[in-house]
Design a binder for this molecule. Structure first.
Ligand code: RIB
Length: 311
């Protein structure tokens, strides 16, 4: 098995998560049940998931020169993630995300991008040595889209696998994304990006077909507790989910993407890598928090061996 090297070009936030049964109406103040402070951001989460799954990981990001920025860098370092291309921007806050989690574990997130919004195409060029040695470059949409597009072009020019998670969803220029190897939205992101309804498996297939027509090589639509849909030029296939007792789904999509990049990089066949990533993501919902809910590779492998025997 080859060890994956994953370079994530993306966001780092601090997550401020409130757990409650109800949420305030305008003008109302209410008491919350509990609170959790932790490291998050879609890019950072995917990097940490990849690292916990055993890959060498480099992060290309920007944080603010505030309380959270240096702590975020320290967090990456403590996990063995290369931070040589994580910059500190002056005069801007670090990215933060107030998150609200209801009793079913479902979350609502407001992302304040802060320094993430200053990650520029020049930062991608400055990290060329880290991108070049990756067997996958992983991108999300919490940094400027022009930076995402620049990294996609870099990956294409160098023939490096490129995984794009279009979250949070926003209108995209598909010409810039042509040739992306894996485009992985969830249902609501797929809806926002295409304007097509994505409620049923049939909807997801239609939507994936449309996305493929835009020049993406492979589309995976994640469907939460209903598994995911894999679509490429050979057709579309539903990948079933794993059942777990969820308490907090925050970061599950990131766990999916970070781990998928690693499993693919190790040479697992695509469908098996998706099954593994589905389990890795599902397991992350059993604990509170984002990065702190992700499992180590050793813990994951034990569970995978148990569950795969029952497939
Ligand atoms: O995907 C979950 C993440 O979205 C959180 O960690 C939050 O920071 C936002 O980026």
């Amino acid at each position: 098995m080859t060890q994956s090297f994953i370079t994530v070009v993306g966001s780092a936030n601090v997550d401020l998560t409130t757990f409650n049964d109800v949420f305030p109406r305008p003008g109302q103040t209410i008491f919350g049940k509990s609170f959790d402070l932790g490291f998050g951001g879609k890019g950072a989460n995917q990097a940490v998931a990849a690292r916990l799954c055993g890959a060498n990981v480099a992060m290309v990001a920007k944080v603010g020169n505030d309380l959270f920025g240096p702590a975020t860098i320290k967090n990456f370092e403590s996990q063995g993630i290369d931070v040589s291309c994580v910059g500190i921007a002056e005069g801007v806050s670090s990215g933060v995300a107030p998150i609200f989690v209801d009793p079913s574990g479902e979350n609502r997130i407001i992302v304040v991008k802060g320094a993430n919004d200053l990650l520029a195409p020049e930062d991608v060029d400055a990290a060329a040595h880290l991108l070049q040695k990756a067997n996958a470059i992983v991108l999300q949409f919490e940094i400027p889209l022009r930076t995402v597009y620049h990294a996609v072009q870099f990956a294409k020019a160098k023939g490096i696998r490129c995984i794009v998670n279009p979250a949070p969803a926003q209108p995209v220029d598909f010409v810039q994304l042509r040739g992306v190897d894996y485009f992985i939205p969830n249902e609501s992101e797929a809806e926002t990006i295409t304007g097509m309804p994505v409620h049923t498996a049939g909807d997801a297939k239609e939507c994936a077909r449309y996305l493929l027509e835009q020049g993406l090589r492979c589309v995976v639509i994640t469907r939460g507790e209903r598994g995911c849909l894999l679509a490429n030029e050979e057709g579309a296939e539903l990948v079933p989910p794993f059942q777990v007792d969820s308490v907090d789904t925050t970061g599950a999509g990131d766990a999916f993407i970070g781990s998928f990049a690693v499993f693919l990089g190790e040479g697992h066949p695509e469908k098996e890598a998706l099954r593994q990533a589905s389990l890795y993501a599902a397991l992350s919902t059993m604990k509170v928090g984002t990065q702190k809910s992700f499992w180590s590779r050793a813990e994951f492998e034990k569970e995978w061996q148990k569950r795969r025997a029952r497939l």
